[in-house]
Design a protein around this ligand. Structure first.
Ligand SMILES: [Zn+2]
Length: 413
């Protein structure tokens, strides 16, 4: 039997039936529903000539041994955010399974190179606020001491939640062993944004994941009575923050794919009868080009100081988190372009704003590329997340072509 993308759609629907309620998918990592989803997935492996196990970080590895030990990795994640969609993550896992089945059938259970499927544990970080947990353990970029004491809403520690699922956080570094013989990593994912839909294209080749600069910015002014303080005597911290909130849009617009977001703003004392004495804002800046990102960060800092001075305020910055841009592998980007062109005609190259497990794999030095399929309305992390069936079928077919080209490349090199 050859590739059957219709089966992937049927299996995704099956998974939705099993793990979604009226509010959407509930496959929160380390929860009973997630474990149920993983058991359902393991049952799909029974009739295949594969070995599978969980690594020290709870990632599931499925291995179809080939003539060569050099391995082509395909993967994504079965976990979801609470009230999530039916495609985020699981599309990548189930399409990888379909491609693995195709290799198993075509080569009578022994393809020229080894094919490995990985279902990463806790990509979303929805419960403990730590995204890419399993893939970072495999990549060797894990932060065990910072993570073990993280708690969920009910005060349960990450370390204990993992232990309940048979995973010891102190053994995370052992997951790095899975990188042995890894020659390439491919991941199909929904775009989760509106770009492909706006261009009328089903598929896109991903150039890499954008770097992120995430900072807290506090403007200090002077609390004062709203009735008695003349306009020209005010030191209004909100006015300075507001100027910055508008200015970051101009900063981002100088670059074609850059984004800047002020997602949170708090005023103190925050009452109707007082000029704002302190304003706490957050800034999230992203771009695929490290120089562009650094430039936008510097520009926002400079603007904030200028606006603070104009309003008689001061400003301080503190870093919340940052990550470098992760450009994908040029050869694999080329294969992905070819696969998309052969499957769907036109090619669009685009960066990914969201982070993905693929970024961790790439940081570990394994040649990596991602394939995006159009998201309807650009909506994700929501029960209305959707993609047209015909686009899903094209996506599975394109991933299969990409996998074929990559396996040939691995065999040659
Ligand atoms: Zn995802």
């Amino acid at each position: 039997m050859s590739l059957n993308p219709q089966r992937t759609i049927a299996e995704l629907q099956e998974l939705r039936e099993l793990t979604a309620d009226a509010n959407g998918a509930q496959r929160l990592a380390w929860s009973p529903v997630w474990l149920q989803a993983r058991e359902w997935f393991a049952a799909k492996l029974r009739e295949l000539p594969v070995e599978h196990h969980l690594d020290a970080a709870g990632n599931r590895w499925v291995t179809l041994a080939g003539e060569s030990e050099k391995a082509l990795l395909l993967g994504s994640h079965l976990d979801s955010v609470p009230n999530g969609g039916w495609l985020d993550g699981c599309l990548g896992v189930m399409s990888a399974l379909e491609v693995l089945r195709r290799f198993a059938t075509q080569y009578n259970g022994r393809p020229p190179v080894t094919i490995r499927l990985v279902d990463w544990a806790d990509e979303e970080g929805a419960r403990f606020g730590r995204s890419l947990l399993g893939s970072s353990a495999c990549a060797g970029t894990e932060s065990i001491e910072a993570d073990r004491g993280r708690t969920d809403r009910d005060g349960i520690r990450l370390e204990d939640a993992l232990r309940n699922c048979g995973v010891e956080i102190d053994r995370f570094p052992e997951a790095r062993q899975e990188r042995k013989n890894a020659a390439a990593y491919l991941e199909l994912h929904i775009e989760q944004g509106p770009v492909l839909e706006s261009l009328g294209l089903p598929l896109g080749t991903v150039l890499g994941t954008k770097g992120v600069e995430r900072h807290a910015i506090t403007f200090h002014g002077q609390e004062a009575h709203s009735g008695s303080t003349p306009m020209n005597a005010r030191r209004d911290a909100l006015a300075a923050a507001a100027k910055l909130a508008l200015n970051i849009r101009d900063i981002a617009r100088k670059h074609s794919d850059a984004v800047c977001t002020m997602g949170s703003l708090k005023t103190f004392p925050g009452i109707v009868t007082a000029v704002v004495g302190r304003c706490e804002a957050t800034l999230d800046q992203r771009d695929l080009d490290a120089q562009v990102l650094a430039g936008m960060y510097a520009e926002a800092q400079e603007s904030s100081r200028r606006f603070a001075a104009e309003e008689g305020c001061t400003v301080e910055w503190s870093k919340i988190w940052n990550i470098e841009p992760v450009p994908f592998h040029p050869t694999l980007i080329g294969f992905c372009e070819d696969a998309v062109r052969e499957t769907a005609g036109q090619v669009k190259l685009l960066p990914s704003g969201p982070l993905h497990d693929a970024a961790e794999v790439s940081r570990a030095g394994i040649p990596t590329v991602m394939l995006f399929v159009q998201s309807l309305r650009g909506i994700s992390h929501n029960k209305i997340e959707d993609t047209r069936e015909e686009h899903l079928k094209l996506a599975v077919a394109a991933l299969d072509r990409l996998a074929g080209k990559t396996a040939d490349w691995i065999q040659r090199s």
